[in-house]
Design a protein around this ligand. Structure first.
Ligand SMILES: Cc1cc2nc3c(=O)[nH]c(=O)nc-3n(C[C@H](O)[C@H](O)[C@H](O)COP(=O)(O)OP(=O)(O)OC[C@H]3O[C@@H](n4cnc5c(N)ncnc54)[C@H](O)[C@@H]3O)c2cc1C
Length: 421
């Protein structure tokens, strides 16, 4: 399907080549737009960095109809068909079997620039405080400052799709969501992404004293792996600090449409339950990090409960999995209305705030929720949810369809309904 009569090709900058960026780039290219996809690492860099983690959505929920049709047309393996349909890949399999092949689609040839970081996005001939909320801002191209190994460059675009995710911006470990005293100085000494406890990072944890902080799905993944390591290597000690005073850290989602997520919740709750009986892992509800100091090769951490009782304890490793958030400097010069709670774009955030339970079971927020005061600037993917960790790839696909329907002023436009390969 190319552009209809009278339509013109837009120059679209897609920031980030993760699942949502790649799918958005492919969708735009299939529509005949001039796509420039800019990725600071390799294709699917964030997904690869959690490559050892098993996804909780089965293949069909991670693949778009257009992506599958294009791979099929190219005579390539389409993951998730046949018996694989019920299986969920690891991040590494998702990247290798789907995202990388997708990035090699002829429609995207020469369109993806890797190892290039978008530093900032502004408007040509306009500042943030001009033409406030006016559609006329859309007449000015976006001006992008991009940095790579050769230096800084400028790019211009009619449309910007910010699909830069949140995995690169972990939240603070300290109580109250602010860095604990000492945390900022320790930088990379603290682990802020899901470690490969049973694989390449095993030596960092085996027979050592580890503090795990957090109660999201990333922390659940780490807790289950650390408990398994502790069972195999009893000299390993793990303290799992969770902020809320909960007997069990996870409240399962009723009739969870994602059985693997339900299993992860259950396994992590069992880890917490078993901790009461002793063993290598101790579960500490209502506990937060008050301060962290380096002490030789070890870290001394002051933990405090919600009644103000504190302990000072030595650890070899501190794993802080307290969530991720949007990198906002990138669009600081644009007119973006952010939610005061989630830091996501306001319109979508307001819709999500109104929802409860599992987002897959909820009606998908309509395209209008993707609009920002800045015309033709869309935040899609995990970043669009801000600090709300409920984002799923499936929701990103609906956002892509919505954004292009808005750009084409054609609510019926839907390349996923009848993907023409
Ligand atoms: C451990 C883990 C497991 C998950 N499991 C599932 C699951 O099973 N099912 C599901 O649906 N969702 C899952 N998610 C949630 C979500 O779908 C994924 O995070 C998904 O990767 C989000 O896709 P994205 O394209 O929005 O962002 P990302 O995958 O984070 O991609 C963003 C890309 O932008 C690049 N980038 C960032 N900043 C810049 C910049 N300034 N300039 C250029 N490039 C930049 C990054 O390098 C990255 O490659 C999981 C998330 C995590 C962390």
């Amino acid at each position: 399907m190319s552009l209809g009569e009278g339509a013109f090709a837009l120059r679209i900058a897609v920031l980030g080549a993760g699942p949502v960026g790649l799918e958005a780039a492919l969708y735009g290219a299939a529509l005949g737009h001039e796509i420039l996809c800019i990725e600071r690492g390799e294709i699917a860099a964030a997904v690869r960095s959690w490559g050892h983690v098993g996804m909780f959505s089965p293949w069909p929920l991670n693949v778009s109809p257009l992506g599958a049709a294009r791979l099929h047309k190219a005579g390539r393996d389409v993951p998730g068909s046949g018996p694989e349909a019920a299986e969920a890949p690891t991040g590494a399999q998702y990247a290798a079997r789907y995202l990388v092949p997708l990035s090699q689609d002829p429609l995207l040839a020469g369109r993806i620039r890797q190892h290039s970081r978008v530093v900032a996005v502004g408007k040509r001939g306009l500042r943030k405080g001009e033409l406030i909320g006016k559609a006329a801002r859309g007449d000015h191209q976006f001006r992008l400052l991009v940095e790579d190994a050769t230096g800084e460059h400028l790019e211009y675009a009619d449309v910007v799709l910010d699909c830069t995710g949140t995995y690169g911006t972990p939240s603070a470990i300290g109580a109250g969501g602010i860095p604990a005293p000492g945390e900022r100085w320790l930088g990379d000494r603290l682990i802020r992404h899901v470690p490969d406890v049973l694989g390449k990072d095993r030596a960092r944890f085996a027979r050592r004293r580890v503090l795990l902080v957090g109660a999201g799905l990333s922390a659940a993944t780490a807790a289950v792996a650390l408990a398994e390591l502790g069972a195999a290597q009893p000299a390993t000690q793990v303290v799992w600090a969770v902020r809320r005073r909960l007997a069990l850290p996870y409240q399962p989602i009723a009739d969870d449409p994602l059985p693997m997520r339900a299993r992860l919740h259950q396994a992590a709750n069992q880890v917490a339950e078993r901790a009461a009986a002793g063993g290598p892992l101790s579960y500490r509800p209502a506990t937060s990090v008050d301060s962290i100091t380096a002490e030789g090769h070890r870290l001394r951490v002051r933990l405090q409960d919600d009644r103000g009782t504190g302990t000072e304890e030595p650890f070899d490793e501190v794993v802080g999995l307290t969530g991720y958030g949007p990198e906002r400097d990138l669009y600081r010069e644009l007119q973006v209305h952010e939610c005061y709670a989630s830091l996501g774009p306001m319109s979508l955030a307001a819709t999500l705030l109104g929802q409860s339970g599992d987002c897959l079971a909820q009606p998908k927020p309509g395209p209008e929720t993707l609009k920002n005061p800045e015309p033709r600037f869309f935040i899609l993917g995990a970043k669009s949810y801000g600090r709300n960790s409920a984002f799923l790839v499936q929701l990103g696909l609906a956002q892509i369809r919505g954004a292009y329907a808005l750009l084409h002023k054609d609510p019926a436009l839907d390349l996923y309904a009848a993907p023409a390969a």
